[in-house]
Design a binder for this molecule. Sequence first.
Ligand code: ZN
Length: 160
Amino acid sequence: MIDEDDMKHLGRCVELATRALETGNPPFGSVLVDEHGDARFEDHNHTVGGDDTQHPEFAIARWAAANMTPDERAAATVYTSGEHCPMCAAAHGWVGLGRIVYASSSEQLAAWLDDMHAPPPPVAMLPIHTVVPGVPVEGPFPVMAEAVRELHRRYQDSQT
Ligand code: ZN
């Protein structure tokens, strides 16, 4: 189940994805929220410099490993504008983070990129559950996903 607080955090992810786009990066943004509902860390994609591993969910996993106990990590939720890629899902699983809520799915992104005649990513767009079967996952959410699709359209337009 997803509530108003969840939607608020997803809205923040879309804002962060917008900021990524405005700084030349692909539009992805994520927020780490602890068991008390407090946002502890947030980031957006930073791949424009040429390091394609600079995803916000990977940054969150590293931050959580450095700053939270295992119990705190397990009780935390990661909100993200787009479903974790396999690299980030693995990092999430390795550091023992809890629930994931995403606005748009990898399946949706693959279809959008195809529609936009964009090259597919070099890494398979597997669902989170294929990589980390034990993590509770919720998404996608249609209104938020539509906003994310529009950001990807703007990004692809900026690349041509
Ligand atoms: Zn990733």
